[in-house]
Design a protein around this ligand. Structure first.
Ligand code: CUA
Length: 344
């Protein structure tokens, strides 16, 4: 009996240790909420650790008491029936009020966190970013800046951001683990999330973070990803200026043929290369496409080969993709790749 109990206790401790080690072993996990990079993320992270500390203390106390009780009061050979007790006021009061204290210790910071993460920022320098989720990509619009991007958004550190969350079809969820979240994109209603990002690491002008849709939304839910780029204020201004400039394609013959194919093959019906045009969020805005490190909502790195595979048959590389297979020939694919990769 004692052996079995000790084995159970050891297994529990090992499990707890493994969970802890997985955190220590992968400190650079790109989607870890344990490396908070905003006020929002720090609030939930500190709540997490408070809960871990309190519940670990409870776990240890309960395990010790249990072990002592089982060993000390186990049945011994030739022993009489122990003294029978009916009720113990002190103990009953103890196990009634102690949980109340524990609940208050956990409840107060939880409610504070809910208030702080649900309160709109009233800051004068607030930056608004409209987020629209679609099967299976994200559109980002900056109403004050007259800018639209797809699948990656850029924000300045130290400035409060109000994300206005919408969906163009079904439920999605906006989540960049290191910045905080997650919050749902709900059909027919605007939802909001507010946060102020921390500065990029020392010596860096910006840092790229990963995020993804966190609400099952169909075939390619797992491939509905995004990038968040947090800039220093100066670097953000530079990015805005670059994005606002028209996307100038190369005039080299192959790229020029690609520009023609973009118009004639049907791409232009859904996509635009005008950085200010949301085009009703039909499809990702492709202005400055070549400056993005990944394609198809961070499905794969932005290389010529991947782009060609995507153009040839979108559904083959991203199940259920809404982009139709336009049955492009090799020449058209080549030309379109040259054109898109010149949109710096
Ligand atoms: Cu969108 Cu899951």
């Amino acid at each position: 009996m004692t052996k079995r109990l000790l084995a159970t206790a050891a297994a529990s401790l090992m499990l707890t240790g493994l969970v802890g080690c997985s955190y220590l072993t992968f400190p650079d996990a790109p989607q870890s909420t344990m490396q908070p990079m905003s006020d929002f993320a720090r609030t939930t992270d500190s709540l997490y650790w408070t809960t871990i500390y309190v519940t670990t203390a409870i776990f240890v106390v309960v395990q010790v008491l249990l072990t002592v009780a089982v060993i000390k009061f186990r049945e011994k050979p030739g022993q009489d029936i122990p003294e029978q007790v009916h009720g113990n006021l002190k103990m009953e009061l103890g196990w009634t009020f102690l949980p109340v204290v524990i609940l208050v210790v956990l409840g107060v910071p939880s409610v504070k966190a809910i208030w702080s993460t649900q309160t709109d920022s009233q800051a004068a320098d607030l930056l608004r970013v409209k987020v629209v989720g679609k099967q299976w990509w994200f559109a980002f619009e900056y109403p004050e800046l007259g800018l639209v991007t797809a699948n990656e958004f850029h924000i300045p550190a130290g400035r409060p951001i109000r994300f206005e969350l919408h969906t163009g079809d079904v439920l999605h969820s906006f989540w960049i683990p290191r910045l905080g979240g997650k919050r749902d994109l709900i059909p027919g209603k605007a939802n909001y999330i507010w946060m102020t990002a921390d500065a990029p690491p020392e010596g860096q002008d910006w840092i790229r973070l990963e995020g993804q849709c966190a609400e099952l939304c169909g075939d390619s839910h797992g491939l509905m990803r995004m990038h968040a780029v947090v800039h220093t204020p100066e670097s953000f201004e530079k990015w805005v200026a670059e994005q606002k400039a028209p996307a100038l394609a190369s005039t080299e013959p192959k790229a020029a043929a690609g520009a023609q194919a973009f118009l004639s093959a049907g791409c232009v019906a859904c996509h635009t290369v005008d950085p200010a045009n949301a085009q009703a969020y039909l499809a990702p805005n492709l202005a400055h496409f070549a400056s993005r490190p990944s394609i198809a909502a961070n499905r794969f790195p932005n290389t010529d080969e991947n782009l060609a595979a995507w153009l040839r048959n979108p559904q083959a590389v991203k199940p259920g993709a809404i982009m139709p297979n336009l049955n492009l020939n090799d020449q058209q694919v080549d030309a379109l790749v040259a054109y898109l990769q010149s949109l710096k």
